[in-house]
Design a protein around this ligand. Structure first.
Ligand SMILES: [Zn+2]
Length: 144
C-alpha cells in the first residue's frame, strides 16, 4: 500500500504512515449507485421532507418530466422508477431498431408486424431513418 500523502510504500495493515504520520483512510463504498443519464430521477419532496418523489426522464429538450409518484422510502421510489422504465419501451429505441433492421435487410412489411404498427406508412415514414453514411454516399453520386 502507498501512503496517501507521501506516496511511500507502507505495510497494508498500517493505519498511520511511518514516514509522515498521515492517517490512512479507506474510502467507504457509496451506499447508492448513481443511475445512468436519461433514466429518471428520485429526490426528496420540497415541502414534505419525509417523502421521496420519483420522476421519469425528461424529453431531449429537458421538458415534460413525468411524475410517477410519492413514496415513503428511497428504495420504494427507485423500485417504482425501475418498474416504469421496464413497462414501456421508449419510441427512440423502437426507431433505432427499425432503422437497423431495415439496413440489415428485413422486409419492411415484416418489420411493421414485429414493431406492431397498424399501418405500413407509420413504419416507413416515421420509424425507419436512413443511415447518415448512406445519405452521404448518395450525394457523392452527383460528383462523379
Ligand atoms: Zn506518508
Amino acid at each position: 500500500m502507498l501512503c496517501m500523502k507521501c506516496k511511500k510504500e507502507i505495510p497494508d495493515d498500517f493505519l498511520y504512515c511511518n514516514f509522515c504520520g498521515k492517517k490512512q483512510i479507506i474510502k467507504p463504498k457509496p451506499k447508492y449507485h448513481k443511475r445512468e443519464h436519461g433514466t429518471g430521477t428520485i429526490h426528496r419532496d420540497k415541502r414534505y421532507k419525509r417523502l421521496w418523489v420519483a420522476l421519469a426522464p425528461a424529453s431531449k429538450y429537458g421538458k415534460g418530466r413525468q411524475y410517477i409518484g410519492c413514496y415513503a422510502t428511497r428504495n420504494e421510489a427507485r423500485q417504482a422508477l425501475d418498474d416504469f422504465a421496464r413497462s414501456g419501451k421508449p419510441d427512440l429505441y423502437n426507431a433505432t431498431f427499425a432503422s437497423l433492421s431495415a439496413a440489415a435487410g428485413v422486409q419492411p412489411e415484416n418489420l411493421q408486424k414485429i414493431i406492431g404498427h397498424a399501418s405500413f406508412s407509420t413504419t416507413a415514414e416515421v420509424y425507419i431513418h436512413q443511415d447518415v453514411a448512406t445519405l452521404i454516399d448518395e450525394m457523392r453520386k452527383i460528383n462523379k
